[in-house]
Design a binder for this molecule. Sequence first.
Ligand SMILES: O=C(O)C(=O)C[C@]1(C(=O)O)C=C[C@@H](O)C=C1
Length: 281
Amino acid sequence: MKVAIQGIKGSFHDIVAREFFGESIDIVECMTFGEIPILLRDKKVDSAVMAIENSIAGAILPNYALIDEYNLSIEGELYLTIHHHLLGLKGQTIEDITEVWSHPMAILQCNKFFRSFPHIKLIEEKDTAEVAQRIQKQQIKGVAAIASKYAAELYDLEILEDDIQTIKKNGTRFFILKRSLESPDHESKYEGVKNKASLKFITKHKTGSLAEVLDIFAKHEISLTKIQSMPIIDKQWTYAFFIDLLIDDYKLYENAIHLIRKKVVHLKILGEYQQNRRHED
Ligand SMILES: O=C(O)C(=O)C[C@]1(C(=O)O)C=C[C@@H](O)C=C1
């Protein structure tokens, strides 16, 4: 079983892939999110892990666009508690550090910490763990990574400061993705309780059209966990909506979808999957 992730061994995506699928998978490392749907489309991998939102930094909008454009199917989700640490070569202290390299989402989650160190330059890189690996391999002094404790252990770096995210409780939600919704060989090995769904819809451009859709959910006692608007790029200043909802009663959910289909100009079910509870620690 081949699973594409953003980043290398020791990245948060790596942790999620192994937590979701177990240790026996082959990880295919990508250095951009954009490579993931292409690997799925070309059948180079069976599944993929993709971060979609973080509790401090918010949604990763380009990933919504990738899932939509390549018609990927959401097969599962995982909420991971994220602890960011400042990692450097053994013997270094924070006073020695003049630059910090990390993934842009990780930097966003730690911005407040660096306000107290205005001389430290923050530089966006492709992956938290890849920076940790590079610092060790090339014995780079004066530079620190923002990465996980697991990356510190793997790449034998020292934790110069721990838990540097803006607030202690920090989490990222990841999607487990499979090939296109239309794909004929679309298998569902992870068939379980499907008590959550993600949808995309575009309403008519008239007063109250979004309210009508939300009203149908309310009347069917369907609880929404997230609503996200996304620009429709070929129709400037118009928007599509991405909604996550909980399915308590599948029949009620189906009825609601049936009614909503008649109200909107476009509706796509991105996936129905088992809800993962958010960890609180
Ligand atoms: O760089 C990593 O380790 C990643 O897995 C990427 C990523 C992200 O894209 O949000 C994953 C989780 C954290 O929120 C920070 C970075």
